[in-house]
Write a protein that binds this ligand. Structure first.
Ligand code: HEC
Ligand code: HEC
Length: 330
């Protein structure tokens, strides 16, 4: 009896060392491919001001719409509605993506038509927030007695209450909103942070070719690609008109149906999927991606393992998301 046990313990150790080695190889490959995140920005008086603005429903045309209305905490900073309603009562033309981790992307929005978080926030004044002009938005902030808070956050400025500072404050706040996830702990050296199925899913994600587009520390957000779905698909899924993508911005034929490749951090929490929110389930989105972007049909096991891997990109809603004393629900 005894010798047999010794042998089996040794065999187990060899297997475990083999696993640890395999994990190390996978980790090195993943770090080389995606890189590792640095932490989010630290809080600051500007970020604190940005948070107040982000959650203040009064600072909008209808007095009922805040940034957080379409980027609520329960949906990890995205919106579970297919389209969101803006301060003019109109539906947005695309699905609201999560703002978590979004500030390090080289461009923002589905078409990549905003250069930075500040650029995005400044144009929200006359976009989602509904004001006729930026000046009208700034006047509303003055009426809400924001001047003192802007002065405290931007003491050097002769005119602290401005659209530019509104935008800067919102960008500073959003830069603090990062969501480290089990995947990051794995990259940092913790073999147990991912389940075996998630490790297999990571390998499948890479070997299938997903990482070719969903690249960088956020697994996306860095490049533009044609979305391979056809016009018929869009009509079938109830989009009233097919979205021409980046063509709308550049007017170049090669940009027709081209979109920014979205980040996949927290993707298990941020459905429905795609720019038109046309797909409810993550496994369906994964199957469609393999088919239309890579011309591959994945079997159920491959889809399940990729979905498990994507779940390892889910972090916590940042504890500083909602202002103190305020329920994070919108
Ligand atoms: C009416 C709903 C609505 C409101 C209000 C709203 N957003 Fe959004 N947000 C969206 C939608 C929809 C998109 C995607 C638009 C597109 O790409 O065409 C978006 C995109 C973004 C993005 C880009 C994220 C990325 O990864 O590219 C950021 C950042 C953002 N919003 C921040 C804000 C801020 C800050 C405010 C307040 C000033 C705000 N949003 C108000 C719906 C909203
Ligand atoms: C050729 C580039 C490319 C490849 C390869 C690719 N994707 Fe995508 N992916 C995109 C683009 C572009 C979109 C945005 C499509 C849209 O909605 O317009 C997207 C969207 C997604 C979404 C929806 C995200 C959201 O927030 O709505 C998921 C999930 C996804 N991809 C997963 C995958 C997986 C898994 C693979 C591998 C099987 C993969 N992708 C391969 C370019 C690519």
């Amino acid at each position: 009896m005894k010798p047999v046990r010794v042998v089996s313990v040794i065999a187990l150790q060899v297997v475990m060392m083999g696993t640890a080695h395999a994990d190390e190889v996978l980790r090195r490959e993943a770090v080389a491919l995606f890189g590792q995140v640095k932490g989010g920005a630290a809080s600051s008086p500007q970020a604190e001001l940005g948070r107040a603005l982000f959650w203040d429903t009064r600072a909008s045309l209808d007095g009922k719409t805040a940034c957080a209305s379409c980027h609520p905490a329960r949906d990890w900073g995205a919106d579970r509605r297919r389209y969101s309603t803006d301060a003019r009562g109109a539906l947005t033309s695309r699905h609201s993506p999560t703002i978590f981790n979004s500030m390090t992307q080289p461009t923002l929005r589905w078409l990549g038509d905003r250069k930075s978080g500040a650029d995005q926030a400044e144009s929200s004044l006359t976009g989602s927030m509904g004001f006729a002009t930026k000046e009208a938005g700034v006047a509303k902030l003055a009426e809400l007695e924001y001047l003192g808070r802007f002065r405290a956050a931007y003491p050097e400025d002769a005119e602290p209450l401005s659209a530019a500072n509104y935008a800067r404050a919102l960008a500073s706040y959003q830069a603090t909103l990062t969501t480290p996830a089990p995947f990051d702990r794995f990259l940092g050296g913790d073999d147990g942070a991912l389940t075996e199925r998630q490790k297999a899913g990571l390998k499948t994600f890479v070997s299938t070719g997903c990482a070719g587009c969903h690249s960088g520390v956020n697994l996306g957000g860095t490049m533009f690609q044609k979305f391979g779905l056809t016009r018929d698909y869009w009509l079938e899924t109830g989009s009233d008109k097919p979205d021409v993508g980046r063509f709308a911005v550049t007017r170049k034929e090669e940009d027709r149906y081209v979109f920014r490749v979205p980040m996949l951090r927290n993707v298990a929490k941020t459905g429905p999927y795609f720019h038109d929110g046309s797909v409810e389930r993550l496994d369906t989105a994964v199957r469609i991606m393999a088919k239309v972007q890579l011309g591959r049909t994945l079997d159920d096991a491959a889809v399940t393992s990729i979905v498990s891997f994507l779940e390892s990109l889910t972090g916590e809603v940042p504890s500083n998301y909602a202002p103190p004393g305020r329920k994070p629900e919108m």
